[in-house]
Design a protein around this ligand. Structure first.
Ligand code: HEM
Length: 500
């Protein structure tokens, strides 16, 4: 018996020595190249923070610890280079984009909807898909969508009066704004007029709840997809969650079936666009019709995720800041009120909203202080000389630290402060010389940027006009949700609404 125990112990010790030797070889990667790096920890690399601290906070702190132009990190065992200046961001995202065409995050065929959507899909499918989907975001479509956004913003005002003023409930901003964005996306994707804001049942709300409710497990799943794609592949994780993936499929085909039976179509929604696209899209030779179906469904999924999560976060933080900045709030109210008086309208339409400069500044400054994605990821597809000292090897992920740019004191003095006056971007596409990247940049910039901005403008204009907001139970410094890869306020954030 003793001999058996001794053998087991010897094998265990041998394995430990082997793992340690292997890890020290991997973790030597940046040191060997003379590149500053964040010290890795045991088998986790630099990811030991996951689920205890948000990914956003990790990148925020990284730039404080390493005020260098670039810093090496380890995503588990995978070395990745984080770049932290606007010059380097420009090189990776735009100038030398031929070397950095795809994202690093997981995209495996075991999750077709997760791997074929515009956010995850790799070239060459990505470039064809992007080209085909861009017409969904023309100014004309956006104008039509603004009308619906305004109708939903009116429901938002009613819900606030009903629940948070008359019934005195404490508002969860993130949840409230997810309802608003969910009602809008139900129409823009599926042509469905539903209103979870009016307490109606909504199929979209069911999807939203599974997709972006950051429970421990959903948060872990999403974090691995972004940061540990090899593990995500092994565990066959789902980008949209298993429940939401099934429900997107069901809803999509129900809508298609219903349109066949009633011969009714909605020429403006995504389902209609995708069905047409399926007929004309040039697919790779080796794929079947199931692939084409999945390609359509995947785009529906990513539009839902993109529309709901980011805009609701920006709205939550913007209202939070306005509550703590009464002077700025007054200035914004006056701008909106003047525009309404001038136009003689009850509600501001697309052109009116686009003219509100201070409203734009409030949103831009919120996006600067709270960019929803703390980093932008790309993978190097061919060895690339970044400068005389650094060559990025093929297969190495390169992450642009957006927080290093947005909190650069030489560009934004006292970056912790929320000062709308400091940002006067000429348009929603102005990256202010690569110091402002809330929507990313280069060919893979956010396709829904204008839609997202309009969704935020429509809601804010009505809210600030109808209510004064004051600080609620949440202190000024908002803790970010440790389970969420995309920035989100922990427990949703809250303010007090006082009718004007
Ligand atoms: C305030 C709202 C929004 C913010 C802050 C935001 C932010 C971002 C960011 C940072 C990226 C990555 C860009 C890069 O890597 O360079 C991105 C990509 C993307 N976003 Fe958005 N987004 C917003 C709204 C939307 C909306 C409304 C949709 C859909 C209708 C959407 C769909 C997408 C898609 C599909 C991509 C991937 C684009 C590609 O790789 O071609 N986003 N977004």
């Amino acid at each position: 018996m003793d001999v058996i125990i001794q053998c087991v112990l010897a094998v265990a010790i041998f394995c430990l020595i082997l793992i340690r030797w292997h890890l020290s070889r991997i973790y030597n990667y940046w040191e060997k190249r003379g590149i500053p790096y964040e010290k890795p920890f045991l088998i986790f690399g630099n990811l030991q923070f996951l689920m205890r601290k948000s990914v956003w906070d990790f990148f925020y702190e990284l730039r404080k610890k390493h005020s260098t132009d670039y810093v090496g990190i380890f995503l588990g065992w995978k070395p990745a280079l984080v770049v932290q200046t606007s010059e380097l961001a420009k090189k990776i995202l735009q100038k030398d984009v031929a070397h950095f065409q795809d994202r690093f995050l997981y995209a495996d065929h075991s999750d077709p909807l997760g791997s074929l959507n515009l956010f995850t899909v790799k070239n060459p499918i990505w470039s064809d898909m992007r080209h085909e989907l861009s017409p969904m975001f023309t100014s004309l479509r956006l104008k039509t969508m603004t009308e619906l956004m305004n109708i939903n913003a009116q429901q938002l005002v009613k819900k606030i009066k009903r629940d948070y003023v008359e019934n005195n409930k404490t508002v969860n901003l993130k949840e409230l704004f997810s309802m608003y964005t969910s009602d809008t996306v139900a129409y823009s994707v599926f042509g469905l007029r539903v209103s979870v804001l009016s307490d109606q049942l909504s199929p979209l709300w069911y999807i939203t709840n599974h997709m972006v409710k950051w429970t421990f497990w959903r948060g872990l799943e999403f974090s691995m997809i972004f940061l540990l794609p090899a593990v995500a592949k092994l565990l066959r994780l789902k980008f949209f969650s298993a429940a939401a993936t099934e429900y997107i499929k069901k809803l999509f085909w129900d809508v298609v079936e219903n349109r066949k039976n009633t011969e009714k179509t909605n020429s403006k929604d995504l389902v209609n666009h995708l069905l047409k696209l399926k007929e004309n899209f040039k697919l790779p030779a080796d794929v079947n019709s199931e692939f084409a179906d999945n390609l359509m469904l995947a785009q529906a999924g990513v539009f839902i995720l993109g529309s709901i999560e980011t805009s609701s976060t920006v709205l939550s933080y913007c209202l939070h800041e306005l509550a703590y900045h009464p002077e700025e709030q007054k200035k914004l109210y006056n701008e909106i009120n003047d525009a309404l008086t001038r136009s003689g309208k009850d509600i501001l339409q697309y052109e009116d909203l686009m003219e509100l400069k201070y409203l734009s500044s409030c949103i831009y400054e919120t996006l600067r202080k709270y960019p929803t994605l703390g980093y932008l990821d790309r993978i190097c597809n061919e060895d690339y000389k970044l400068n005389d000292e650094v060559t990025i090897e093929k297969g190495v992920p390169v992450l642009v630290n957006v927080l290093a740019l947005h909190y650069d004191e030489s560009v934004y003095p006292e970056p912790q402060e929320w000062r709308p006056e400091r940002i006067s971007a000429s348009s929603d596409s102005d990256n202010l010389h690569y110091t402002f990247l809330p929507f990313g940049e280069g060919p893979r910039f956010c396709i829904g940027k204008r839609y997202g901005m309009m969704q935020i403008r429509a809601a804010l204009a009505q809210l600030v006009h109808k209510f004064k907001v004051e600080p609620g139970p949440v202190p000024y410094y908002v803790i970010s949700d440790p389970y969420s890869v995309i920035l989100a306020p922990k427990n949703g954030g809250s303010v007090k609404f006082i009718p004007r």
